[in-house]
Design a protein around this ligand. Structure first.
Ligand SMILES: [Zn+2]
Length: 221
């Protein structure tokens, strides 16, 4: 069983398990909870704990930009090989190794982001070509943005904006944002008719929406 911090509280009635972004486990229990019950509770949650810790490991934590960093690239994981050397920055993917060379951290980060932005644009185009006929609408323009708070948006003029950080989540979640924004070309709101439209092209959209919301809070690069 994994190590955890136990927090007893007089106000608690039920047992509760928390995992911090750094992967630390906390079990919150009523004062009267018995050790055997607590252990059985943690044991029962083991699959969820494993799943959550695994997902945490796949998303880069802030301030972890360093050689050896594991980065998601849609459904693949790549390892960052960082080299500092004079001259213009370069990024090259070699199998599951992403070689980034630059004079210092700042240009290295910028070059990596630019590389991800290009990849995002490329991938978005391919997926829009896939989903547009299903939705029955196509955007006028695709824009790749980098806002920390939004995965995507759709303007009244038919421009779909997508966050390049979608490259750091599983491909089916990137697809969710594409389908979602394309459906806004039919319905520019979140009323039931919009969700019906989305359900038509992506019946399991709700699970994807929740998974993406989960990741969103922790994502940064
Ligand atoms: Zn929306």
């Amino acid at each position: 069983m994994r190590a955890y911090a136990l927090v007893r509280s007089r106000k608690r009635r039920t047992l509760c398990l928390q995992i911090s972004p750094s992967g630390a486990l906390r079990v919150l229990v009523p004062t009267s909870a018995r050790q055997a019950d607590i252990e059985a509770f943690v044991e029962a949650k083991a699959p969820w704990i494993e799943r959550t810790l695994k997902r945490l490991g796949e998303v880069p934590a802030p301030a972890s930009f360093a050689d050896g960093l594991r980065l998601r690239h849609l459904d693949e994981l790549v390892v960052l090989r960082l080299t500092y050397r004079p001259g213009a920055p370069s990024v090259r993917r070699d199998g599951d190794v992403l070689q980034v060379a630059a004079s210092s951290e700042e240009p290295a980060r910028a070059a990596l982001e630019l590389w991800y932005r290009r990849a995002a644009h490329h991938h978005a185009l391919a997926r829009i070509i896939h989903f547009a006929p299903l939705v029955g609408r196509a955007p006028k323009r695709i824009r790749i943005g980098g806002q920390k708070t939004r995965w995507g948006s759709c303007s009244a003029r038919g421009t779909i904006s997508l966050n390049w950080r979608l490259m750091l989540v599983p491909a089916d979640l990137f697809d969710y944002v594409i389908a979602h924004e394309l459906c806004h070309l039919i319905a520019a709101h979140h009323r039931p008719s919009f969700w019906r439209e989305l359900a038509r092209v992506m019946p399991d959209y709700e699970a994807r929406r929740l998974a993406l919301r989960d990741i969103g809070a922790r994502l940064s690069l």
